[in-house]
Design a protein around this ligand. Structure first.
Ligand code: AHM
Ligand code: MG
Length: 343
């Protein structure tokens, strides 16, 4: 049977209809994000032409300075959301401080956390990159600017999260806590169409994804676990997993969610909390994976239960199939936490 024809716009308003008290504010905010992603997509598709049309930092034919794509994506998201009237403040991986909406627009009930263009170091090689977003309801009174406390809520409080992957096709994937749904962009009509409804992580894992060049800097527990999935050592899996690592979180996550597997970004001896950020990367992906039947952990606790203490907090991230994440936690408990207790 042919797939139901459903645009992202219609899907968002149908979801709203399930909540009789909904004001439409959340749907409007979602649609602003959807629109922004289309504008970023248009620029990403032209990335390879930058050298022909002018380098970043140069002045283009219209006399405007050509900006780096990640700066462009950041400015665009902030500019559009600021004046949407639906969010009182935003936080972005690219900005040190949170960004308040202007006084006359700060009645919005929501705050948005953004990684406007994740994996942007891959752009020059034409590798998939993505935009990641997470939305929370504010906890401060309406009518005032959003504050830090609105952002420092555990991921469990998120009302929605998602990403747009600029890949061989552009896709929007998001959840409001009622399953994970994917929409593929049809550039000929400028519309996202539902292509992957209710995505579930396959029960069997196929893939492990990690940057193994950090091997010497990992803990014993992480090393032993990775040996296991590679089919090495006393605990070797009978059927080892395939190693796949793009180095672009959205692309690695998207593949693993569809094929089954685990993504690891552990802490190292030099950077114990790793590289990825709790608010802009780990939390949104954790909400998505839980809604697809998987799980996300920092090695000892569920990512969504972590109480954030600062905007740019980093966290180790182990995310994917539930049984693999549980096994990884087991190794960390056995080899790292125990070692810490013994010493
Ligand atoms: P960025 O936010 O600066 O783009 O960095 C995040 C990216 C992720 O997409 C990816 O998972 C990770 O960095 C890869 O890091 P590494 O090169 O250390 O493996
Ligand atoms: Mg990032």
């Amino acid at each position: 049977m042919a797939q139901e024809f459903m645009t992202a716009q219609r899907f968002v308003s149908m979801e709203e209809n399930r909540f009789p008290d909904a004001t439409g504010e959340f749907s409007s905010l979602m649609l602003e994000i959807v629109m922004t992603s289309k504008m970023i997509n248009a620029e990403v598709n032209k990335a390879g032409l930058v050298n022909i049309l002018g380098m970043t930092g140069d002045v283009n034919v219209q006399g405007e300075e050509v900006r780096k794509l990640d700066e462009y994506a950041n400015d665009l998201f902030l500019h559009i959301l600021k004046f949407s009237g639906h969010c009182c403040a935003m936080a972005s991986e690219e900005m040190e401080q949170l960004v308040e909406s202007p006084q006359y627009h700060n009645t919005g009930n929501y705050v948005v956390m953004l990684d406007p263009l994740d994996g942007s170091s891959n752009i020059d090689a034409n590798v998939s990159i993505g935009s990641i977003f997470a939305i929370s309801k504010r906890v401060t009174p309406q009518g005032k600017p959003g504050q830090l406390v609105d952002f420092l809520q555990p991921g469990r409080n998120l009302v929605a999260a998602g990403y747009v992957i600029y890949g061989s096709s552009t896709m929007l994937v998001y959840t409001t806590g009622q399953g994970v749904h994917g929409f593929t962009y049809d550039p000929s009509i400028g519309t996202y169409l539902l292509s992957h409804s209710n995505i579930r992580v396959p029960r069997k894992s196929k893939v492990y994804s990690v940057n193994e060049s950090y091997w010497n800097h990992w803990s014993e527990g992480v090393r032993r676990y990775v040996e296991r999935v590679k089919g090495i050592g006393p605990d070797a899996m009978d059927k080892p997993l395939s190693g796949r690592y793009i180095g672009s979180l959205v692309a690695d996550f998207h593949r693993n969610m569809l094929y089954g597997g685990i993504f690891l970004y552990p802490g190292t001896t030099k950077i114990p909390k790793g590289k990825l950020r709790l608010l802009y990367e780990a939390n949104p992906m954790a909400l998505l994976i839980e809604n697809a039947g998987g799980c996300a952990s920092n090695g000892s606790m569920n990512i969504l239960d972590i109480q954030p203490e600062e905007l740019h907090q980093r966290t180790p991230l182990f995310i994917g199939n539930k049984d693999e994440v549980a096994m990884l936690e087991e190794y960390i408990k056995r080899y790292d936490l125990q070692e810490a207790v013994d010493s």
